[in-house]
Each structure stands twice: as C-alpha cells, then as structure tokens.
Design a protein around this ligand. Structure first.
Ligand SMILES: CC(C)(COP(=O)(O)OP(=O)(O)OC[C@H]1O[C@@H](n2cnc3c(N)ncnc32)[C@H](O)[C@@H]1OP(=O)(O)O)[C@@H](O)C(=O)NCCC(=O)NCCS
Length: 333
C-alpha cells in the first residue's frame, strides 16, 4: 500500500504587513521630452494628467530599485528576513534574463534560501504577485512572502515614439505578505487575452537586434485600443472584484488602479460610482507609468500622505501587455 503523504500545514488568511518604495532619482518634466515627439506640455497634461515622470540614473537598475523597496517593506514589517519563504519580482525590464532579479534581491535582503522567481505580467505583475503570495502562504509553501513590482522602463523606450515612451518611468514598490487572523486579501479576479498581444509590447526581439535586423527593442502600444479595453472590460473586472469580495464601493477607503493615464482613472471612478470618501491614487501625475511598480508605489504614497487609510480597504487593479489583468481588494497595512 502507498504511504499516505503528511498534510501540509495551512493558514486561513493573509494580509499585507508593510510596504516599501524606491523611485528613479531624476524628475523629468514634460517639456524635457516633447521635442522628439512633436508634442507639448499641455497635450500631455490634458490627455494623461502627467506633469513629470521619474527616471533612474544609468547605473541604477530594476534590481537596485527592487532591493531598496523590499528592504524598506521588510524593515517596516518587523520580521526576521530568514522567515521569508518566497520572493517574487514582477518585472518586464530586467535586461539580464537569467539569473532572476528575485534570487539576487532575496540574497541582498537576507532572505536566503527563500524560493525566488520573477514573473512577467507587465502592468498587472504586482497584483499577480499578491495573488500568488496569498495562495502560497495559505497553502503552507511560505510563512512570509515579499512581492515587488520593479521596472527600469527608461532602458526600453524610444524618445521618438509617440505611442507610450513619454508615459514611462522607473521605480519599484514592495509588499510583505504574511499570515492573518482575518481576510486581508480578497479573491483575485485575473485573466489574459493573448489574441490582443499585438496591442502593447516590445517592437522587436533580441535576436532581431543581434542580427542587425532591428534597432534596440522598445515598447509600443496602440493607445486608443488599450484605452477602450481599460474603460470597458477592466471596469467590469473591477466591479466583479468588489462583488466577489462582498463589498460596496462605499466600503472602500482607497482605489489604486494601474497608473497608466489620469483619464482612465477618472473614468473608472465615474463608472464604479466611487463616493467622495474614497481616496484615489494619482501617482501618475508626478511618477509616471512604472508598469509593475505603479500600484505598490501609488499605494505606498497614499499611506504616507493619508496615514488614516491604514487598516482600510483598497481596490487595486493592474492591466497591460499580454493582454493580462488582475485585481483584488486588500486591507491596507
Ligand atoms: C497613449 C494615449 C495617452 C494617447 O491618447 P489618445 O487621446 O488616445 O490619443 P490618440 O492616439 O487618439 O491621438 C489623438 C491626437 O493626438 C495626436 N497624438 C498622439 N500621440 C501624441 C503625443 N504623444 N503628443 C502629441 N500628440 C499626440 C494624434 O496624432 C491625434 O491627432 P489628430 O487628432 O490630429 O489625429 C492614450 O491612448 C492612452 O493612455 N492609452 C492607454 C494607455 C494604457 O492604459 N496603457 C496600459 C498599458 S501600460
């Protein structure tokens, strides 16, 4: 007879214990980037709500930013790094494909020998990471997990590209997830639609670059199509997330959508019928779009500017290249 396997110890609930953030060192105003795209400060402010974006120095990498953000989150959580069982880094801009950024960051924060891996879910990456951390901890695969969204997108932009480059920025946001007596992360609503892969992504492969068939690959998007997808399909996902969490818009303390465009954020707020009491993240205005970094960076900032939000409910939704999306309601640390 086959021996019965021992049941793994599980926990019922998880929550975010603390967060950390690191932004690119340089503040880049619209006027500094409008020349090569024949745009203007006024156009960018009107169409996107952006005033500046943050971009990192040459020697700063997605790994540097991730390490700084993760260190802050772990210190604030007050946990022993040796108790971290998993380090997950969501990124699309680590220029070295292997080893993973996560393994290097795990070592840098003293989380060895935690399981460590990167995940590529573009602007939904952080919410994918939170979904995984929640599941791993509940399943007993880790006691604590560190989730980081980290990007140095300025390495994959083309200053002459009008479609997306002017929106993009560098930064990392981190969360420590751990066991909880009460639910602190709701059921994640996530998914993908690869039939729309051509709407956002890199404009060439590394092998095409190697073979001289294309210049250095950079990001592109079909802006209006992505915009329509966000304000129709993604609003439905946000609504379903609230329903599945068993709450109403008025129960939220904060709303932190992916920081892609101020107009998309306004449209979400209107369609969801968010009352005035809900604080809405608008980090896009000065930080820009940091893809996987955007939701944790925006949340970290909200908690600094509005400490009273601590313990309140936040709806977060990430969406982008894939296309992919993920959303959940979390209790703010
Ligand atoms: C990229 C984005 C800001 C463009 O704004 P838009 O209002 O859709 O702009 P359009 O592409 O419809 O172009 C409108 C006009 O502005 C012009 N334009 C486009 N980009 C421009 C730019 N960067 N600067 C100045 N003018 C620009 C167009 O040529 C067009 O001119 P026309 O009316 O004379 O033809 C917007 O589509 C967007 O934010 N999309 C979604 C982003 C997103 O959610 N991404 C998620 C993945 S990260």
């Amino acid at each position: 007879m086959t021996a019965a396997l021992r049941e793994a110890p599980t926990v019922a609930h998880t929550r975010i214990l603390a967060m950390g953030a690191a932004r690119g060192e340089n503040v880049v105003p619209n006027d500094d980037i409008v020349g090569p795209i024949d745009s203007s400060d006024e156009w960018i402010r009107q169409r996107t709500g952006m005033i500046t974006r943050v971009r990192a120095n040459k020697e700063t990498t997605a790994i540097t930013l991730a390490t700084e953000a993760a260190r802050e989150a772990v210190a604030k959580a007050g946990i022993d790094p040796a108790e971290i069982g998993a380090v997950l880094i969501a990124t699309i801009s680590n220029p070295k494909q292997t080893p993973s950024a996560a393994a290097i960051v795990a070592d840098a924060i003293g989380a060895t020998p935690a399981a460590a891996y990167d995940l590529n879910a573009a602007c939904a990456g952080y919410c994918y990471g939170i979904a995984q951390a929640d599941a791993l901890i509940r399943a007993g695969a880790a006691k604590y997990a560190v989730v980081v969204g980290a990007e140095k997108l300025s390495d994959i932009i083309d200053p002459t590209d009008r479609s997306i480059s002017f929106l993009l920025a560098d930064g990392a946001g981190a969360a420590v997830v751990g066991p909880s007596d009460v639910p602190g992360v709701s059921a994640t609503q996530w998914g993908s639609d690869g039939s729309k892969a051509a709407l956002v992504g890199m404009n060439a492969t590394l092998t095409e670059f190697r073979d001289g068939e294309h210049e250095w690959p950079t990001l592109r998007q079909e802006g209006p199509s992505v915009y329509r997808w966000a304000v129709t399909d993604m609003v439905k996902v946000a609504r379903k997330t609230l329903e599945e969490a068993g709450i109403e818009p008025a129960d939220l303390a904060a709303f932190v959508p992916h920081q892609a465009n101020g107009r998309i954020i306004d449209e979400f707020a209107k369609q969801l019928g968010l009352p005035e009491s809900v604080v809405i993240a608008r980090d896009i205005e000065t930080t820009g779009n940091t893809s996987a970094g955007s939701i944790p960076l925006a949340t970290h900032r909200l908690l600094e500017e509005h400490p009273e939000l601590s313990g309140g409910l936040s709806l977060q939704i990430g969406f982008g290249a894939g296309l992919v999306y993920a959303a959940q309601v979390v209790v703010l640390p």
